[in-house]
Design a protein around this ligand. Structure first.
Ligand code: CP
Length: 307
């Protein structure tokens, strides 16, 4: 049995295979409509979500399976003090696979120590969001046809943004990928990502504080939200909340085949006028999230011998 706690739990070959499965699901949906008949997914969300939880649930239903779970800690026995380990052990009596989101970094890993079914990290604090990264990889693959030789601009809250940390870790494993890190100094990528991931893999990167100065270099612009819930004070949040707002004017020097991505939800960081630009792919990205989660559920259940 395997869990998915971080993107690097998967080899490049396993990621390639999962993307190939997702592509086949997109082309041949009916082939997969009953492969999870009789199976149950539990979604244990201790933190709010729209895309991740609902795309997991839609994914399991489109595979023929059923869904149980909760969408806030307050409606579970966590509110009475039950531990993550005990919750995971209990739920693995009721479901064949578990997707867990938790505000505490490492909580899904702790759950995996006691669970008897695969645990999927659906986002843990500021640490990691591996299924968002698989979503992002499927989107990049569908738009660019390859992961090599790309310049990726990451913009916004690069300090607390778990999707950014996971995507850097994943893309560093491909050839000749350059990163442009666009953030205020206070929200820069953590030092451990620079030393343990970017420097260790020998990836070129630069840090800048404005998107306009680098726009023409980018193949992918990955916008992120300034996350109110990760700041220790409201004043700090207000200082940074509108640090970057992408609009059509800022795209005037961008490549014609730029891919604009965002894990969503957005607040102000992409003006709605950008939505109709053919380079805007963030809603397609959200749809890709359902397909890659279908591929992931199928793969983990197969690895665990449940399919
Ligand atoms: N991208 C993402 O994780 O969105 P939700 O918080 O809505 O799940």
């Amino acid at each position: 049995m395997r869990h998915l706690l971080d993107t690097t739990d998967l080899s490049l070959k396993e990621i390639d295979d999962m993307i190939a499965t997702a592509m086949d699901i997109i082309e041949n949906k009916e082939k997969y409509a009953h492969i999870c008949d009789g199976k149950k997914l539990a979604t244990l969300f201790f933190e709010p979500s729209t895309r991740t939880r609902l795309s997991f649930e839609a994914a399991m239903m489109e595979l023929g399976g059923n869904v149980i779970g909760f969408s806030e800690a307050g409606s579970s026995s966590a509110s009475k003090g039950e531990s993550v380990e005990d919750t995971a052990m209990m739920v693995s009596c009721y479901a064949d696979i578990i997707a867990m989101r938790h505000p505490l970094e490492g909580a899904p890993r702790v759950a995996s120590f006691r669970s008897t079914v695969p645990i999927i990290n659906a986002g843990d604090g500021g640490h990691s969001h591996p299924t968002q990264t698989l979503t992002d990889l499927l989107t990049i693959y569908r738009e660019k046809g390859s992961f090599d030789n790309l310049t990726i601009g990451l913009c916004g809250d690069l300090k607390f943004g778990r999707t950014v940390h996971s995507l850097i870790k994943a893309m560093c494993r491909y050839n000749n990928v350059k990163f442009v890190l666009i953030s205020p100094k206070e929200l820069a990528v953590p030092d451990y990502i620079k030393s343990d991931v970017l420097d260790k893999n020998g990836n070129a990167y630069k840090e800048v504080e404005s998107m306009e100065e680098v726009m023409s270099e980018l193949d992918i612009l990955y916008m992120t939200r300034i996350q109110r819930e990760r700041f220790f004070s409201e004043d700090e949040y207000l200082k940074h909340k509108d640090a970057f707002v992408l609009n059509l004017d800022k795209l005037k020097d961008a490549k014609k085949d730029l891919t604009i991505m965002h894990p969503l939800p957005r607040v102000n960081e992409i003006a709605t006028e950008v939505d109709d630009d053919p380079r805007a792919k963030y809603f397609v990205q959200a749809l890709n999230g359902k397909y890659i989660r279908m591929a992931l559920i199928k793969t983990l259940l197969e690895w665990g011998g449940a399919l």
